[in-house]
Ligand binder design. Sequence first.
Ligand SMILES: [Mg+2]
Length: 180
Amino acid sequence: MKKPNKEMLTIFWGAWKNNKQAIFLITPHHYVKDIYSINYKQLKQQGIKHLIFDIDNTIMPVNETKVTVELEHFFEHLKKEFTICLLSNNKESRVKPVAEKLQVKGIANASKPTKTAYKKIKKEIQIKKNNTAMIGDQMLSDIVFGNKYELVTILVEPYKKKYDLKTGISRILQTILMKK
Ligand SMILES: [Mg+2]
């Protein structure tokens, strides 16, 4: 789990070479500062019923283990309007405590953006075309995953500039693509 998966690299090279499909896949529908800046009311109005959140650097910093009271309250509020599921490429020991604290479903070792992630999430929520939003900080995993499966995709600015090795590599690729 220390390197971006093969699919992420393929899409990176495609986007680098201006391949239209690859560019489509990495481009989010919305780009916002953080999860608190998302227009959830608008999502609700456009028929979104389920929200899939990435964990690391999306809902909390990658090196932080404690769920803040602010985040807990925020999810409490969101849960009244949406079904929520956490979808992370990180391991079970990272995902489980966060999901338990927030009282939502949590999927670990998801392998976004691959089909494995889709199969896993389908067991948890009734995904249909355009009824689900994918929210994450990484174009090559979160956004590609969402666009591939016709979800509404929302890219957030990463929480902290400090990354583990895996996040670091895909972040460098993302930075290259954004500059381009
Ligand atoms: Mg992330």
